[in-house]
Design a protein around this ligand. Structure first.
Ligand code: SF4
Length: 488
């Protein structure tokens, strides 16, 4: 019997759908036991997520798995007691903001483990198809369907893992990078347009795949290469086999370099910290503000600020230091007010450096601006004479549709859109003009934000300078946050 469209619609309305906010994935396969490398490798992705961590190992007695809530704890402290129960030569792990992962799936292809990172923008349609075919989903948390389970379903509908991964890449819009743990090795499939990276590491007798290459050096792996967009590879302890070559088109997320990537990582052979220095250089080249010193808002603002200070030959000083020993990186309460409070508690101003000084700050970006507003107030309370802010990217005008990027939850959360609404009566008027650097509307929007944050001056990075600083051709970068130019 056919299920009619209205019934499917009812099902669709009933379930809310979740996607990963960001997250990171790690996999390793070795001639020896891999558990320690998996544990430390996944731990090295902790900055990419806030809610859950998971590990799965394929050993002599089959698959074993652990998932823990990381909302108020470190990955290592949660997983250390589990290590004894794991043994095996191949494993995958993840840091996830929403989905419970890894999943262990029984299928006609054989048992497999799966982790994913990204956001399936067309999840509604894919679920509609699945429900029309009377498929069921078991990995529910509240009323939400687990995106990774849907991907596992797309894969196991096909005749082989390779065909399943190709099909998943073909069907998924948005982004989805996947690691599959099977009895014949680990498959790594990068998102069709390469929005999130997956790097391959190699050492004697082992291969690893990771969202961050910074996970490799201390585990003895050398960066072998970055999978291209849409590329699929299968690796074993002996070698790596390409299953599908990379596609021509790429839309890798620019924010990786600006904000959430780890400084020691390279994506597309371009190092994060180096890009931040170049972003700071570009900001400095367009600036002549007179200040006593330059400072960065920790963490990612520091690289931008060092680049700025070096270019203008100004002293770099730490006006804020970060207190991390008792605040796990992942502690991210749902309540925005509590989140702001935690962010504030982590940053400690150094009064002796701030008093009577004019300071130029570099920040990775201004998303909502509320936290920055608090920091600026603290600086003036501590006797700062002038505070000049230089964000390393342009004003964010469009929320992320591809990664469900955590810092841009809704359009009106964005400081840029709030300014446009205040100036124009509607938050979506004249967006192209507002985004054009130096246009009358752009200057009015920046002035509105400056005034709201209580800054002495505010100057944003130009998009062409940001693209230059990254060093990839513009058409290979996703810059949708700023110019709505990307595609699925
Ligand atoms: S919209 Fe922004 S955060 Fe999302 S993938 Fe593109 S550049 Fe990255």
């Amino acid at each position: 019997m056919q299920i009619h469209k209205q019934e499917v619609q009812g099902v669709r309305d009933h379930y809310s759908i979740k996607g990963d906010v960001m997250g990171g994935i790690f996999g390793v396969i070795s001639k020896d036991d891999c558990v320690n490398e998996l544990y430390y490798g996944t731990d090295y992705l902790s900055h990419l997520g806030t809610k859950r961590g998971g590990m799965a190992v394929n050993g002599e007695n089959g698959f074993s798995r652990s998932i823990h809530n990381l909302e108020n704890a470190y990955f290592r402290s949660k997983f250390e007691p589990d290590l004894d129960k794991f043994s095996g030569k191949a494993g995958i792990g993840c840091i996830s903001d929403t989905d419970e992962q890894p999943l262990i799936i029984g299928s006609h292809l054989g048992h497999f483990g799966i982790v994913t990172v990204g956001k399936i923008a067309n999840m509604t349609e894919l679920l509609e198809d699945a429900f029309t075919n009377r498929q069921t989903f078991s990995e529910m948390s509240g009323s939400e369907i687990n995106q990774t389970e849907l991907v596992a379903r797309l894969i196991s509908n096909e005749e082989s893992f390779a065909a399943g991964l190709k099909k998943a890449q073909e069907l998924i819009k948005g982004s989805c990078t996947i690691l599959l743990l099977t009895n014949k090795g680990i498959y790594a499939a990068r998102d069709r347009l390469g929005r999130t990276p997956i790097l391959i590491g190699k050492r004697d007798g082992a291969y690893a795949a990771s969202s961050e290459s910074s996970a490799f050096p201390n585990l003895g792996f050398e960066l072998n290469r970055c999978l291209g967009p849409n590329e699929i590879a299968r690796f074993t302890a002996e070698g790596i086999e390409q299953i599908q070559p990379p596609g021509e088109k790429m839309q890798v997320c620019s924010f990786l370099w600006v904000y959430y990537g780890y400084p020691a990582s390279d994506y597309e052979n371009i190092n994060v910290e180096d890009v931040r220095y170049r972003c700071g250089n570009k900001l400095a080249a367009n600036d002549d503000v007179e200040v006593d010193f330059v400072s960065g808002i920790p963490d990612s603002g520091i690289g931008h600020a060092i680049g700025y200070a070096n270019y203008r030959k100004l002293p770099y000083r730490r006006a804020f230091v970060k207190y991390t020993p008792t605040w796990p990186r992942s502690f991210m309460p749902q309540n925005q007010k509590v989140r702001d409070l935690v962010a504030r508690m982590k940053l400690i101003p150094i009064k002796a450096l701030i008093k009577n000084k004019s300071i130029c700050f570099c920040e990775d970006s201004i998303v909502r601006g509320t936290q920055l507003q608090d920091n600026v107030q603290i600086l003036f309370d501590y006797g700062a004479k002038e505070i000049h802010m230089r964000p390393a990217c342009p004003v964010l005008i469009h929320p992320c549709e591809f990664l469900n990027f955590s810092t841009s939850r809704s359009t009106l959360d964005l400081a840029g859109r709030k300014a446009i609404k205040a100036l124009d009566g509607k938050e979506d008027n004249h967006l192209v003009d507002y985004a054009a650097p130096g246009s009358e509307r752009n200057l009015a929007m920046v002035e509105f934000i400056r005034n709201r944050l209580g800054l002495t001056s505010l100057k944003f990075q130009r998009l062409d300078d940001l693209v230059d600083a990254i060093g990839l051709p513009k058409e290979k970068l996703c810059t949708h946050c700023w110019d709505c130019s990307s595609y699925y």
